[in-house]
Design a binder for this molecule. Structure first.
Ligand SMILES: NC(=O)c1ccc[n+]([C@@H]2O[C@H](COP(=O)([O-])OP(=O)(O)OC[C@H]3O[C@@H](n4cnc5c(N)ncnc54)[C@H](O)[C@@H]3O)[C@@H](O)[C@H]2O)c1
Length: 290
């Protein structure tokens, strides 16, 4: 396990903004060297500049996590700049896709959201875990899921995040048996103050600005934007991730007010009840059918 992060090397996908940037800042504060891998040029370079100005060693690499060869290029850049990789945060992710019933979602939405949110994590695991095992210096994998990965009713996004939770749990079991000192965490946040609601900006094809939403769906999207705008500071999440690596915590739950929602899901399963959803404690409403 990595009890000491100083002078270690971290790769953060989606590190140009939001939660990834929060992690990168927290790692830099621990004295780590940081590789920011992100599809968006300006935020990526601004993030590197900010880290460098703060005295950290950091580089940026253009990367689309939905493409295996692009993730492999990040590995080569990291090894050539810093000679090792000790922490990989498979964090790049997108919300979005059309808010329609799951049977009506276009194929492009499945391809985009699962490609980034799930296959991006798969490629990160396939690319970086062998490096850590070969180095023999321990390490840690952090996969960003969401509280959506522990509840139900979140459409394609929820499917992708449940996949990330399942993948991370399988990875934990497999790594445990290697006695390699390579640990795993799965990050499951509630609302965090980021640009996730503008994720279509990074969509391979043209953003779907032309889609007219029914009034209730548009109102719901606006409401969620408000919740995210008032969400947790990504720097706080970043520090929680750094602590979780040092303490080897597997499930990183940043929002205790969502615990009742997670509990409800598992009570439904154990009670053979249908997959209803309840609201987070203190919530103003909107999600849920109970
Ligand atoms: N913000 C929240 O409330 C929240 C809650 C739970 C989970 N998450 C998860 O946190 C992660 C980070 O999202 P965020 O909220 O910081 O959003 P964000 O949009 O602020 O940051 C996402 C970053 O990922 C990058 N990115 C997008 N597609 C990419 C691709 N194909 N390849 C490489 N980089 C790509 C973006 O350029 C951006 O820098 C995501 O996995 C998201 O699902 C966010």
């Amino acid at each position: 396990m990595l009890k000491e992060l100083k002078d270690r090397v971290a790769v953060v996908t989606g590190g140009g903004s939001g939660i990834g940037l929060g992690m990168a800042r927290a790692f830099a504060a621990e004295g780590m060297r940081v590789v920011i891998a992100d599809i968006e040029d300006e935020p990526r370079e601004a993030a590197v500049k900010g880290l460098n100005e703060g005295g950290a060693e950091a580089i940026g690499v253009a990367c689309d996590v939905a493409k295996r060869e692009s993730v492999e290029a990040v590995r080569e850049a990291a090894l050539s700049a810093f000679g090792a990789v000790h922490v990989v945060c498979n964090n790049a992710g997108v919300g979005g896709g059309q808010p329609v019933p799951i049977w009506a979602a276009p194929q492009e939405d499945w391809d985009w959201v699962l490609g980034v949110n799930l296959m991006g994590v798969v490629y990160g695991v396939q690319t970086f875990v062998p490096v850590m095992l070969e180095q023999g210096e321990g390490g840690h994998v952090v996969n960003t899921a969401s509280v959506a990965g522990l509840m139900n009713g979140m459409g394609i996004y929820g499917v992708s995040k449940q996949g990330v939770v399942g993948l991370s749990e399988a990875l934990w079991r497999d790594l445990e048996q290697t006695n390699s000192g390579v640990g795993v965490s799965v990050l499951c946040p509630g609302w965090v103050r980021t640009r996730i609601m503008e994720a279509e900006r990074n969509r391979p094809e043209a953003p779907r600005d032309d889609v007219e939403l029914p009034p209730d769906v548009a109102a719901r999207a606006e409401f969620v934007k408000g919740l995210i705008a008032n969400g947790l500071d990504p720097d706080v999440v970043g520090r929680q991730v750094a602590d979780a690596i040092k303490e080897d915590t597997f499930y990183i739950l940043t929002h205790p007010d969502w615990n009742n929602v997670i509990q409800h899901r598992f009570e439904n399963i154990l009670g053979a009840r249908p997959p209803t959803t309840i609201l987070p404690e203190g919530s103003l409403g909107l999600f849920g059918d109970d």
